[in-house]
Design a protein around this ligand. Sequence first.
Ligand code: NAD
Length: 281
Amino acid sequence: MGQLIDGKAVAARVRAEVKQEVERLKAERGLVPGLTVVRVGEDPASKIYVTGKKKAAEEVGFNSWEEHPDASITEEELLSLVERLNEDPAVHGILVQLPLPKHIDAERIISAVRPEKDVDGFHPMNAGKLSLGKPGPRACTPFGVMRLLREVGCDPAGKRAVVVGRSNIVGKPMALMLLQADATVVICHRKSNLAEEVSRADIVVAAVGVPELIKGEWIKPGAVVIDVGMNRMPDGKLKGDVEFAAALERASFITPVPGGVGPMTIAMLMRNTLDAAKGGA
Ligand code: NAD
C-alpha cells in the first residue's frame, strides 16, 4: 500500500519559503516583487484560476494586479498592453491566462512577453533554455512535480521515468526536467503502448486529460506515481488520469486528485515570480 503525496502541504511550504524571501528582499533591497495577471474576457475557469493566483500572490507579499480587457480586444491592443507591462519596472512577472479568444494568436502574445518576465515559462526562449539545460523560468506544473519528487526523497537519477502526454505546457517540459535530473525518460502519446511502457517505469507522470487511462495493474510495485490529470466528471467531482485505488496498492508514493499536483502549480508561479524579481533563477 503506497503513501499519499500531500501536494497541499508541500505547496504551503513553497509559499512560506517564498514569503520569507520576499520579506528579506523588502528589508535588504526595498524590493517588492510584482505580478500582473492578464485575463481576457469572461472564461469562468480562467476567473477561478486568476483569483487563486492573485490570492497566493497577496499572501506571499507580492504586489499583484489584474488587467482584465474585454473579449473584444484586438490582438494589436493586447500586444500594446503586454508591451506596457514589459516596460513597467514594478512588474516582474506577467502571466497571460489561457485560453485567449479565438481571434487572438496566443503564441504571438506569449512570445511578446519579455522572457525575463515570463513566469509561466511558456516563452519559446524559456522552453529553449530548458531544453539546453540552462537556468530560466520553468513551466510551473512540471516544476511543481519535480519539487514533489524531491519532497518524497525520489531522486530521478538513474530511474526509468515514463511521461504520458506530450503537451508543450506539461508533458514535454516534464520530460526535459526529468532528463535534466538524469532519469532515463520515455515520452508516451496516443501511438504508444502504454501498458508496456508504464509497467517498466520507476516514476510515472500522467498528463493526458483522460480519466483513469492509466490502469493500476500496470504500475510497477514500488513506483512513484504522479497524476497531473484534472478531469471534471458529470457528478462535478475531479478525477485524475490514473486508476487511483488500484495504483495506490502497488505504488510507493502517489498523488491524489485533487490535492496532489494542482496546488503546486500556483506555488511554483510564486517561486518563478520571486526569481524574476531577484533578476533570474
Ligand atoms: P493536452 O490535451 O494539451 O495534452 C494531452 C496529451 O496527452 C497530448 O500530448 C496527447 O498526445 C496525449 N494523449 C491524449 N490521449 C491519449 C491517449 N489515449 N493515450 C496516450 N496519450 C494521450 O493536455 P495538458 O494541457 O497537457 O493537460 C493534461 C492534463 O493535465 C489535463 O487533465 C489537464 O487538466 C491537467 N493539467 C493540470 C494542471 C495542474 O495544475 N494540476 C496543469 C495543467 C494541466
